[in-house]
Structures are given as structure tokens and as C-alpha cells.
Design a protein around this ligand. Sequence first.
Ligand SMILES: C[S@@+](CC[C@H](N)C(=O)[O-])C[C@H]1O[C@@H](n2cnc3c(N)ncnc32)[C@H](O)[C@@H]1O
Length: 473
Amino acid sequence: MARTKSTLRDLAELILKNVEVVEADLAKRNASGPDINETFVPGADINFGNPEVSEAIYLTTCAAQQLLQTIRPPQACLIQEVSRHVVPPSLRCATELHVAEILSEAGPEGLHVKSIASKCGVDPLKLAPVLRCLTTRWIFKEVRPDVFANNRLSSVLHKGQTSEALQQNPEKKYDLPKAGICTTIGNVTDMGCKSSAYLYETLSDPDFAFSNEPNRASFNKGFNTNKTLWEFYEDPAQSARLHRFNTGMQALQRMQPVEQLRDSFDWVGLRDDALVVDVGGGIGSVPLALVKLIPKLKFVVQDMPLVVEDAQKRWKDEELVKTGRISFQAHDFFEAQPIQHPDVFFLQNILHDWSDKFCLQILSRLREAAGPETRLFVRDRVIPYTCLTSDEDNGEKIPGVLKPTLPKPLTAVGGGDPFAFTLGLGLMVLANGGERTLNHTIELYRDAGWKVETVHQFDALGRAISGITAVPI
Ligand SMILES: C[S@@+](CC[C@H](N)C(=O)[O-])C[C@H]1O[C@@H](n2cnc3c(N)ncnc32)[C@H](O)[C@@H]1O
């Protein structure tokens, strides 16, 4: 009897077709395939930087996820989704307790949970379920009963220091670049998870439900505070959290090729010593990377006083800071902008932290200080809709915007990598911010007196930050 070809098979074939692309590249480079049971060696297997491979990985993931959500009973899928609630806290425990470092020191044979727990100072009966929650997500592996070892995913949780050094100086745990992923895990599992647990309560509380205020978000319920996230970070009692956040932003910056930043704006076309004001620039990680590529730029990095203090301490020996090519200035971006008519106002990862009402204020302060030649360059994600769209849906045509496509039978744009969407929601949870679609972006900027001229995108899914260039109207 002829077999009916189902969507399941289409999905499986799509997976196979794309895995073949990844394998062909491995074969061309004489590289072995990735092994989930082995520790990760950067560059040794898949070439993640190859755009064709990266697209194949995305399609494989998208098809695999859709296959999983289709083949199981719907109730089982939903139970699986909600049961994930213990995964992020388990990851937090593993990173805070330095389990990856302890297991790396133990070697490939692994270590009994009693020994791991004794090194971490926790109850082995409580640590074992935490580790098994992770091993069932392929993070760590149980090599024999109660004996755990590192694998591909857990090996990248190593912060680059010995477990002893980390235990002796916990305040230095995020100091090395290798700890980048752990800072993000710390930020998300501490601030994000505790806040998002109150999402429904926020949507349904009349005092919060329709508020644009940054101190009326789920974060305020989760942390029982009336402060905005940023005011909260400025409290001296939260200095460890502020340090982790700033270090996390630096780590995220490192994960994005600086070439993307270089290529998404016409920096080269600017005059010598062109003045760029990095508004809400954090500790200045962006200019430090960019000015090394384009030395003629001059940056003033503006941020809150404590962040500026942190930046000045961190970079006191940095040549670009010592020579004044990059300088720091405490400035509240809701106040009148002290620098008039610069060449560029630059904002990265700022507007997505705020609701429209506050973005309008930030953009208006910059518009008031802009000269006729000043450019506004914003790096934020431009997110697509999760369905495919027509030209009509997309409104104004802006050069550089990419349109998502989905091979059949995939149905959800972003399904294989929903980072831009989860990040957007995460920002709403923390501060009533969020990522914006193109239509939303154009309208918001126009209301503040800026016309979006171009959008430079590296992928249509908003996974990479887009570069939005606008001019004064
Ligand atoms: C998400 S971080 C982005 C940092 C940097 N632009 C980057 O991409 O790495 C947001 C920054 O906005 C700063 N910020 C928040 N409120 C501010 C305000 N009212 N004035 C100036 N900076 C502010 C925070 O301190 C933080 O450094």
C-alpha cells in the first residue's frame, strides 16, 4: 500500500536536507561532526560563521522544533513547555556553584554527586535532581549512576578560573571573557525569571495593566520595588547585580562581530575626528571595539554616574581613553542633551528598554540637539511578524530591510530561534520596553522628528541587531 506523505515526513526531509549542508561543509574542511558527549572546542567542528551553514542550522532547528510540537500529543507538548520552568534556575545553580569547573577538574571520568556537592557546600540529594534536570536538556551528562561529567554544552559554562579561585573570590567570577555566557545566565535567571513569574499578575492588575511607566512592570512585582530597573541598579546594595549586568552587556557585545557594527553605518564617510555621542553607552564596549577599526572617530560615552565611574575604573589604562579619543560623561538621556550638533547620536540596546512614551522623550532630546547634518544611528532589533507578510502589510519601503521566508511546511517565522521575540518580551517584563517591528519603529521615530532612511539587517529574523539610520525631519 502506498504510504501517505505527511507533514511529519516533509519536516524530517527538511531536517535531512539541511543537515547535509552542514555535513558537506564539515567534509570540505575535513572536520569531524559535533558530538554532544564531548567538550566543545571552538572551531573544531561546525563552522558557525559560514552564512550557508548558519541558515541550514536555523532551518534544521526550526523543522526539528515544529516536528516535536507536531508529533506528540498537544497536552504533552504543553506539559513539556511548562515543565521547563525549572531549567533556568537549575542552570543558575550550576553556574553559581561552579559545577562545570569542578567537573572539568575531575576529568572525563566525571565525579560522584556527593563529591561535587561537598565541593559546592550543598546537599547532594538536592544537587542530583538539579543536575538531572540539566542532563535531560543535554547540559552535563550522567556517565554512571550519580556520576556526572561535562559535555558539549556544559563545557562552555567554564568561567576560565579554577573552582577554588572562584570560591575564594566570588566577586571576580565574571572577570574573564570566558565567563560571558554565565553573566547572561545570571542576569536572565535572576532578574528575568523572577520578574516574568509575575507576568500574568502584571497584565491583570489595573494599576499596571495599561501603564507605560518603567516602574510598573513585572519586575516591580517580582522585586517588590517602585524603582525602575535602572534606579534599582544604582542602589549601592545592588552593586553586584549592576556589575554583572555591565559585564553581561560587554559579553553580548563580544558575541556580535564588530564588523557588523562597522558595516551597518557609513562611518568611513564621516569627517576626520567626527564626534559620535554614544547615548546610554554603558561602559563603552562598543566604541572600544569600533575605534580600533576606524581610528578617526571620537566618542563621548554617556551613561548614569555609577556606570561612568565603573567605565573609568575599568579602562584607566586603555590607550584610547588616555588619549581622549574615547571619553565618558555622566548624563541622563531624559535631560537636555549637553552636546550640540555632533556628527552622530548613537544608541545601541537603549530604545528597546523603554516604552514608546519614554523613547519619544529620549529621541526628542536628541532631535533638539541635532544639527542639520547630524545622523541618528540606532542599533536595535527590527523584528518581523511571526507570519509571512505581503508588501502591503509592511507599509513604507525602507532600503536594507530583509523579508523573512519560510520553506514549506514551516509555519512560524523565528520558530527555530525565537531569541528576538523572547528578548523583546523579557524587556517588557523588566521595564515595559520591547523589540519593535519596522512599522512601529518608523512611526515612533517620526513622532520624535526623525525620518528613518535605511535599515541595515544581517538576517530577517531580528536575531542580529539591525542598524537604523535616521535624519532630522
Ligand atoms: C542595555 S544597556 C546598553 C548599553 C550599551 N549601549 C551597549 O549596547 O552595550 C542600557 C544602558 O542605558 C543606561 N541608562 C539607563 N537609564 C539611563 C538614563 N536615564 N540616562 C543615561 N543612561 C541610562 C544603563 O545604565 C545602561 O548602561
